[in-house]
Write a protein that binds this ligand. Structure first.
Ligand SMILES: *Cc1c(COP(=O)(O)O)cnc(C)c1O
Length: 413
C-alpha cells in the first residue's frame, strides 16, 4: 500500500534514500546555526516584526470581539480590500463576493487549489528549483510532478523555453508559477510570462501563480501577474499572502483570486482543511492592504540595501552569484570552495557554519533528487538577506575572513 504521507515526505525532501524520515534541510541548518553560533542566513523569515500600527489593529480587533469563526470565504472587508488591491496595482477586476477567497496563508491556498484541481494521472508542471510546498501538495494530490528548469546566466535565472514547450502536454492539468521566485530571486520577464500563457492555452491548462513576493522587487523590476495577460484571467488562480509583504509571516493570512467556478472548487476543499481562521488578523490585514503602501515601499528600500550588502560581501568572499531582482534571497555558486571532501552545495552548507560561522541552504533542497537541474545547481547555495543589518554585517565580515582563511577550520562557538 502506498501511504500518501510517504509520497509527500519523499517529494519534499523529508525522507532519505533509505526511506527514513529526517528534518528538512531548513530545520537542520537552523539547528546547526544555533549549535555553532553561526549567523543564520538559511531559513528565510524576517527577524523584525511588521509595522506596529498593523499589529495594533489586530490587538484592537481582539478587544472588539473578532474571536469566533470568520466566514469561510473570509470577512467581506478583507475580500473587498484584496479585490481593491488587485485593481489598484494591476488593473485586475474581481468580484469580492465570488472571485476572492481568504486562506490560512498562501500555503493553504496552494494546498486547497492543487487538491481541488489535480489528481492521479494528471501532470502538474512547476519551475525547478521550486518551493518545497509545491512539490509536497502535488504529491498529496497524487498527481505527477513535471519540472521546467530555470538556468543561471548574466541576466538572472532564466526559463528554459524549449523545456517548457516540451513539458506542457495534454496531460498537463496545472502549471504552477512562482514569481518573484523563491529560491532564485528571479522576476519572470514579459516574454517568459507570454511563453507560459501560450503553453497553458495550447493545452487548456490552468495556471496557479504563487505571488507572495509580489511587492518585494528591486532596481525598478516590476512584478506583473500572469492573470493580466490576454486570455489568462479566465484560466488563472492567483495566490498571495500578507506574510512576506508586511513581515507578519506567523499570521498566515493568504488569499486566492480568480474565476468564480475555480474559486468555488478551491473553497470546497479549503472548508474542510481549516474552514476559516485568523479572525483578528483579517481586519488588520484589510487595513494594511488599504493603507500600507508606504510601509511596503520602506521594506522594499531596506531590503534593497540589505541585498546590496550581502551581494557585495559574497562577491568579496569569492562567490560567483546572480543578483536577485526580488524576494528575500540571493543564490551563489560555491564552486571555488568545493573540494573532494566537500563536493557540492549540500556538503558546503553543512560545513560553512563550522568553518565560517554562517549558515545557508543548498539549492539542491529545491530540486528533484537526481534531476538535470539538481545536477546543474549542485554547487549552488541560497543565502537570505531578510535579517537585521548587524546579523548581515557579522555574516559579511565572517565570509571575508573565511576567504583569507581558505580551508583552515575555525570556530565561532
Ligand atoms: C513563504 C512562501 C509561501 C508561504 O506563504 P504563507 O502565507 O506563509 O503560507 C508560499 N510560497 C512561497 C514561494 C514562499 O516563499
Amino acid at each position: 500500500m502506498t501511504l500518501r504521507w510517504r509520497e509527500v515526505a519523499r517529494a519534499s525532501g523529508l525522507m532519505g534514500p533509505d526511506g527514513s524520515t529526517r528534518p528538512t534541510i531548513f530545520a537542520e541548518m537552523t539547528a546547526l546555526a544555533q549549535a555553532t553560533g553561526a549567523a543564520n542566513l538559511g531559513q528565510g523569515f524576517p527577524d523584525a516584526d511588521g509595522p506596529e500600527w498593523i499589529r495594533e489593529a489586530a490587538v484592537a480587533a481582539v478587544r472588539e470581539g473578532a474571536n469566533q469563526y470568520p466566514p469561510g470565504r473570509g470577512i467581506p472587508e478583507l475580500r473587498r480590500a484584496i479585490a481593491a488591491h488587485q485593481q489598484r496595482h494591476y488593473g485586475l477586476d474581481l468580484d469580492p463576493e465570488r472571485e476572492v477567497l481568504v486562506t490560512a496563508g498562501a500555503t493553504e491556498a496552494l494546498a486547497a487549489t492543487v487538491l481541488a484541481l489535480a489528481s492521479t494521472g494528471d501532470e502538474v508542471v512547476t519551475l525547478e528549483p521550486f518551493y518545497d510546498a509545491h512539490a509536497a501538495v502535488i504529491a498529496l494530490a497524487g498527481a505527477t510532478h513535471v519540472t521546467v528548469p530555470l538556468q543561471p546566466d548574466d541576466t538572472g535565472f532564466r526559463l528554459d523555453r524549449a523545456a517548457l514547450a516540451a513539458a506542457v502536454t495534454r496531460r498537463t492539468r496545472l502549471i504552477i508559477l512562482n514569481s518573484p521566485h523563491n529560491p532564485t530571486g528571479t522576476v519572470l520577464t514579459a516574454a517568459e510570462l507570454e511563453a507560459v500563457a501560450a503553453a497553458a492555452m495550447r493545452v487548456g491548462a490552468i495556471v496557479v501563480t504563487d505571488e507572495v513576493y509580489e511587492h518585494l522587487t528591486f532596481d525598478g523590476h516590476v512584478h506583473r501577474p500572469i492573470a493580466t495577460l490576454r486570455g489568462m484571467a479566465e484560466r488563472t488562480l492567483t495566490i498571495s499572502s500578507a506574510g512576506k509583504t508586511f513581515s507578519l509571516t506567523g499570521w498566515k493570512i493568504g488569499w486566492v483570486t480568480g474565476p468564480a467556478e475555480l474559486i468555488e472548487a478551491v473553497l470546497a476543499v479549503k472548508q474542510f482543511l481549516t474552514y476559516s481562521g485568523g479572525a483578528p488578523f483579517q481586519p488588520a490585514i484589510a487595513q494594511a492592504l488599504e493603507r500600507g503602501d508606504a510601509d511596503i515601499a520602506e521594506l522594499r528600500d531596506t531590503l534593497t540595501a540589505r541585498r546590496d550588502m550581502l551581494v557585495a560581501g559574497l562577491r568579496e568572499a569569492g562567490f560567483a552569484l546572480v543578483v536577485p531582482d526580488g524576494t528575500y534571497f540571493v543564490c551563489a555558486d560555491a564552486t571555488p570552495f568545493l573540494t573532494p571532501e566537500i563536493p557540492d552545495g549540500a556538503a558546503f552548507a553543512r560545513d560553512l557554519p563550522h568553518r565560517a560561522g554562517v549558515a545557508c541552504v543548498p539549492l539542491s533542497a529545491f530540486c528533484r533528487p537526481g534531476s538535470v537541474t539538481a545536477e546543474a545547481l549542485a554547487p549552488w547555495v541560497r543565502f537570505t538577506f531578510v535579517k537585521n543589518e548587524e546579523t548581515l554585517r557579522t555574516a559579511v565580515e565572517r565570509l571575508r575572513e573565511f576567504r583569507f582563511l581558505g580551508a583552515t577550520p575555525t570556530s565561532h562557538e
